[in-house]
Design a protein around this ligand. Structure first.
Ligand code: ASC
Length: 151
């Protein structure tokens, strides 16, 4: 009985921890995972950008909903860049991601921070705040792409 409880507890912990540590069966899965998170993020970021740039009318609720998704997605890609995922699939990832881990992690942390600010700005319903946060987030995307993504 005791053993059963330990096993059940361990299984529960693994289940609860899974989304955060995102273990992958094979490198291709990690690559697909990070690309998917980044793709979903880009779609929702684009919707916020359309409003920040005046291409579509500003709707505070739509902006806030999309920015929320951007902020949530920003937390995911890091787990997909683990050791052994340098190659496989159709990746544009540069080797510097793994040789300059601290810098790359710093970029991801900055993305998480800036997208949280974006979501907060969107919630205020103030278009100028949204524009400022959008620009800061876009700069953060670009800095990492320039340093760590092949053309
Ligand atoms: C986007 C998108 C990116 C970033 C980047 C910002 O909308 O898909 O990858 O913004 O272009 O410079």
């Amino acid at each position: 009985m005791k053993a059963f409880i330990y096993i059940a507890a361990a299984a529960t912990l693994v289940t609860l921890a899974a989304p955060a540590s995102a273990q992958f069966a094979k490198p291709e899965d990690a690559i697909k995972y990070r690309q998917s998170a980044l793709f979903v993020m880009s779609q929702h970021f684009g919707r916020v950008g359309a409003m920040a740039n005046g291409r579509v009318p500003f709707d505070a609720k739509v902006a806030a909903d999309n920015a929320e998704v951007v902020a949530a997605m920003a937390k995911l890609p890091w787990a997909g860049f683990g050791p052994g995922t340098e190659k496989g699939g159709n990746t544009k990832a540069k080797p510097e991601i793994w040789t300059e881990q601290a810098k790359f992690k710093g970029g991801n942390d900055k993305l998480v921070a800036e997208t949280a600010k974006l979501a907060a700005a969107a919630k205020t319903g103030n278009l100028d705040d949204l524009k400022t946060a959008f620009a800061a987030t876009a700069d953060t995307c670009k800095a990492c792409h320039d340093a760590f993504r092949n053309k």
